[in-house]
Write a protein that binds this ligand. Structure first.
Ligand SMILES: Cc1cc2nc3c(=O)[nH]c(=O)nc-3n(C[C@H](O)[C@H](O)[C@H](O)COP(=O)(O)O)c2cc1C
Length: 155
């Protein structure tokens, strides 16, 4: 979890920790507050090591060993906070590793209590381009290209 002192997400994460401990679990609470996380680079993804010395190695060891992960983040601009996104990016080398966790939970706090901030607008269409990675690849995905085109046509 991340950010300001006495934050809402902190409070909920600590409450969750309390419940987990009372249920008999061993909990390792990791706060991103004060942690230095560099942005991800390809060298890091390929080798799992970073030339920049920051706090990721220590966090990654804990995440790898954990059986359950509970992430907590405040919502910033309809998304997790940037520090949490950077953490998830930096954990990328774990994907192909023998990590222990199977369950992941998310705690998120947001100021809005409405279903949507844009009452007069509705979500009309989604186009997902899964599997598209390299530049220009999208051009080869005719089905996705057509969905994007059809969405445009339907507007
Ligand atoms: C920069 C910034 C962006 C925010 N964006 C959103 C948002 O998009 N939607 C929302 O509901 N609340 C938003 N909030 C409000 C926070 O999510 C809310 O206050 C939350 O409880 C803060 O958690 P914290 O105390 O752990 O920092 C934003 C707050 C800040 C400072």
């Amino acid at each position: 979890m991340c950010q300001r002192k006495y934050s809402n997400s902190d409070i909920l994460a600590i409450e969750c920790e309390k419940g987990a401990i009372e249920a008999g679990h061993e909990v390792d609470y990791v706060s991103l507050k004060g942690k230095i996380l560099s942005i991800v680079c390809l060298t890091f993804i390929r080798s799992g090591c970073c030339v920049l010395k920051d706090d990721i190695a220590e966090i990654m060891d804990k995440v790898k060993e954990a059986e359950v992960i509970v992430y907590a983040s405040q919502i910033y601009y309809y998304e997790m906070c940037g520090q949490m996104k950077t953490l998830l990016d930096r954990l990328n080398p774990l994907y192909s590793s023998d990590y222990a966790f199977r369950d992941i939970c998310m705690i998120a706090t947001a100021a809005e209590d409405e279903e949507s901030a844009f009452e007069k607008a509705e979500l009309k269409g989604i186009v997902t381009g899964a599997g598209i990675a390299n530049s220009n690849d999208a051009l080869n995905y005719n089905d996705v290209m057509k969905k994007a085109y059809d969405l445009g046509r339907s507007l």
